[in-house]
Design a binder for this molecule. Structure first.
Ligand code: TPP
Ligand code: MG
Length: 284
């Protein structure tokens, strides 16, 4: 059942806290990349957009979400765990030997994961494949793909973008998580892909630019995306890497915080920031 806006905002907090706890427990992983994507992932999984059923994870009619920026796996593990695709407490096994919650999503090990990603640049091609398959099989499922803003420097993204436009894949939606950073620094300094919406428009896509950390804007954009006919649609989702714990990241002096878990001694502070509550000062 689709959650309303108030419930989605509360859900996003639960997702963020799961992301923080599981990566700190693992001692590795990519919380900041997961936190920027939280509103979009929350809206997709809990806002009534993805028609999926944890009891029938391989239903041929299910909608697909492909996390092309696979290093943000904790955000989908949090969503899948909260939906009951696996026992929720297993999120704490992230990256442990034998756990199906691998550092990058593995579709063979975990039901609900649509694609094994992590080698950046491949997810949009996989999405084009699913969208074309839907047409061939006469099924009306929708395929969503999320890439990073650094990731779109990969050439394969643009082969897929051209192919999606060629076939007029209106059952495909790309979300670019425009958090302004990639692994080694500012995304536009490593390889400037601006204007992202202009490039996609030139390739034949319908585009929207939104504040991707505003749940209301995300829900509106996803609704609009479903209405587009005759061409694929993209949402350039302007976000903050580490959204939810930006005060802590500023204090730690690293607003990218790429591939770093929050150290255990800061975990309570991070969770309090997500909750919007102040930690009770420790009195001596
Ligand atoms: C093909 C490939 N090259 C390099 C990497 C290493 N790598 C992992 S995350 C990352 C940065 C990705 O940045 P972005 O797409 O902006 O995602 P963000 O973490 O900012 O959400 C890189 C280069 C990779 N996973 N795959
Ligand atoms: Mg980025």
């Amino acid at each position: 059942m689709a959650e309303n806006l108030v419930a989605l905002l509360a859900r996003a907090k639960l997702i963020r806290k799961d992301i923080l706890r599981m990566t700190t427990e693992a001692g590795s992983g990519h919380p900041s990349s997961s936190l920027s994507a939280t509103e979009v992932v929350t809206a997709l999984y809990f806002g009534g957009f993805l028609k999926i059923d944890p009891k029938k994870p391989h239903d041929p009619n299910r909608d697909r979400f492909i996390l092309s920026k696979g290093h943000a796996a904790p955000v989908i593990y949090a969503a899948l765990g909260q939906l009951g695709f696996f026992p929720h407490e297993e999120i704490m096994t992230l990256r442990k030997l034998g756990s199906p919650l691998e550092g990058h999503p593995n579709m063979v090990r975990l039901a609900g994961v649509e694609a094994s990603t992590g080698s950046l640049g491949q997810g949009l091609s996989l999405g084009v494949g699913h969208a074309l398959a839907a047409r061939v099989d006469k099924r009306d499922y929708h395929t969503y793909v999320m890439t990073g803003d650094g990731e779109i420097g990969q050439g394969q993204i643009w082969e897929a973008a051209a192919t999606a436009a060629k076939y007029g894949l209106d059952n495909l939606t790309l979300i670019v998580d425009r958090n302004h950073y990639q692994q080694t620094g500012a995304a536009e300094e490593v390889l400037n892909m601006d204007p992202i919406d202009g490039k996609l428009t030139a390739f034949g896509w319908k585009t929207q630019i939104i504040n991707g950390n505003d749940m209301g804007e995300v829900v509106t954009a996803l609704n609009r995306a479903k209405e587009v006919k005759g061409r694929p649609t993209a949402i350039v989702s302007l976000t903050h890497k580490g959204q939810g714990i930006l005060k802590l990241l500023a204090k730690l002096g690293d607003l990218n915080f790429h591939g770093k878990p929050v150290p255990l001694k800061y975990l309570d502070e991070a969770i309090a920031e997500v909750d919007g509550t102040e930690l009770t000062p420790v009195t001596k």
